[in-house]
Ligand binder design. Structure first.
Ligand SMILES: [Zn+2]
Length: 468
């Protein structure tokens, strides 16, 4: 007998955590941090619903913090088993987890200094030391579909998901899980890439499975049919015409590299002028290097640009600010320039410093290129708020607000159906739509039911399912 339970990434796009118990082992798939709404963030501080010490292994689909940044907390609470992921994910985690710890420590320090805490003193969720301990537990697996035994009676295979570098679909095989004594296969889509996304290949076809979890970030939405590159050229050229800065909040890992790829291409094709491009993120430079290094995960177009001795991720007038001083220097710049800074949903990071200056400027433009979760500052701006609260101050929003959906790193619902098509003849017994806000997860389940006639549902937080 085996069970699957949902401890995050349901009813929300954050906090992904799925527990599989079977084959004599307990394996957690993804270990994400909750973000956005306060009631979600508070879950990061509650005792986890399972004993971290009792887990035999953790398996990670991809490096984004909403799938990984609870790992150091798990380690702090006693988990000491192996963490399995692809090589690309491992490299990115070495960058992301210590950074996440620094943010936690800085926030605790800030709260103590400003007396903004009910707890005396405010403590970080975890420290850089916890993050380093978590990194030591990482074991890498090929992203090519060969199975690895991750715990007694449980094996995992990783397949390219085309979302960010190293991202994987994970197929878990649990020995003796079924009522007939046979094994059962559970497929986790992780975050599913958008087809024809630059740099990385498209998602591979889903392997046959008995149970499936499929993401539903865009379960109730389709990406703008406008070619994202055309849209980006339009937004840049309009920003040039206004003579103000263009601020693009973006994840340092994944989205920033895609933006640079598109901007470089638009410059090369003469569709936008050569502009100062400023990447203000201590992590973006390191992430860009990791992207350049993993040739095994580049698509053909990227490889052909490299062959022409061009750096695919460098525009002609680009500066990356790593240190605080370099970042501060950017404040003195005037005129049209492109500023790319994290975090992508404006939940923290250097983008907030830029936002304070740029949002009130009528000539400026803010461009959102990723999903903005409920409760985040990014979402409030997209939804038309005239003021947002940043670092305890009210900041008026007078700039132009733009959004390009097609640059998303997620498949929209039609693309998810396209991805599922190979399973039409051999459908999973039961499917679950995860990683979506409630309406999106329900809508995605509806689309799958209507299109394929499968048994599919949007699970709830804490729900357990028997893998019969
Ligand atoms: Zn992701």
């Amino acid at each position: 007998m085996a069970t699957l339970s949902f401890w995050g990434g349901v009813g929300t796009v954050t906090g992904s955590k799925y527990l599989v118990e079977g084959g004599g082992s307990r394996v957690l798939v993804d270990c994400g941090l909750f973000q956005g709404l306060r009631e979600l963030r508070e879950r990061n501080w509650e005792d986890p619903p399972f004993d971290p010490k009792s887990l035999d292994a953790v398996v990670i689909t991809h490096a984004h913090v909403d799938h990984t940044a609870y790992l150091p907390r798990l380690v702090r609470l006693g988990f000491g088993g192996p963490v399995f992921c692809s090589k690309g994910t491992a490299d990115l985690l070495k960058l992301l987890l210590p950074d996440s710890a620094r943010l936690q420590e800085e926030e605790a320090e800030y709260r103590n200094r400003k007396g903004l805490t009910r707890h005396q003193p405010a403590l970080p969720l975890y420290t850089e030391e916890d993050a380093r301990a978590a990194i030591k537990l990482i074991r890498t697996c090929p992203n090519t579909g060969e199975p690895t035994e991750v715990a007694g009676g449980v094996s995992a295979s990783f397949h390219i998901a085309g979302h960010i570098l190293g991202s994987s679909l994970v197929l878990l095989e649990v020995d003796g899980a079924g009522s007939d004594g046979a094994g059962r296969r559970v497929l986790f889509s992780g975050d599913l890439g958008h087809y024809d996304q630059p740099i990385i290949p498209d998602p591979v076809a889903p392997p046959a499975c008995d149970y499936m979890l499929v993401e539903s970030t865009y379960g109730d939405r389709l990406h703008d049919p406008e070619d994202p590159k055309v849209a980006l050229a339009r937004v840049v050229n309009e920003a040039v015409a206004r003579g103000g800065p263009l601020l693009i909040p973006a994840f340092a890992v994944g989205r920033t590299q895609e933006l640079l790829y598109h901007l470089r291409e638009l410059e090369d094709e003469g569709r936008i002028p050569v502009l100062p491009v400023r990447v203000d993120s201590p992590m973006a430079a390191a992430a860009t290097q990791i992207y350049s290094r993993h040739r095994d995960e580049h698509d053909e177009e990227y490889a052909s640009v490299v062959e022409e001795n061009r750096h695919p991720l460098r525009t002609r007038s680009m500066v990356t600010a790593s240190t605080r001083e370099e970042s501060k220097r950017l404040n003195d710049e005037q005129g049209t320039r492109v500023l790319i800074s994290a975090s992508g949903m404006m939940t923290g990071g250097r983008v907030l410093h830029h936002a304070r200056r740029i949002l009130p400027d009528e000539r400026a433009t803010v461009l959102f290129v990723g999903f903005q979760a409920a409760g985040t500052t990014g979402r409030k701006i997209v939804d038309g708020s005239k003021f947002v609260r940043i670092m305890k101050g009210d900041v008026p929003v007078r700039c132009h607000v733009e959004r390009i959906g097609g640059l998303s790193a997620h498949a929209d619902w039609k693309e998810v159906l396209r991805w599922l098509e190979p399973l039409r003849e051999t459908p999973p017994r039961r499917s679950f739509t995860t990683h979506g806000e409630p309406e999106a997860a329900a809508a995605m389940a509806g689309h799958i039911r209507e299109h394929f006639g499968w048994r599919v549902e949007a699970p709830e937080y804490g729900q357990g399912v028997e893998l019969e």
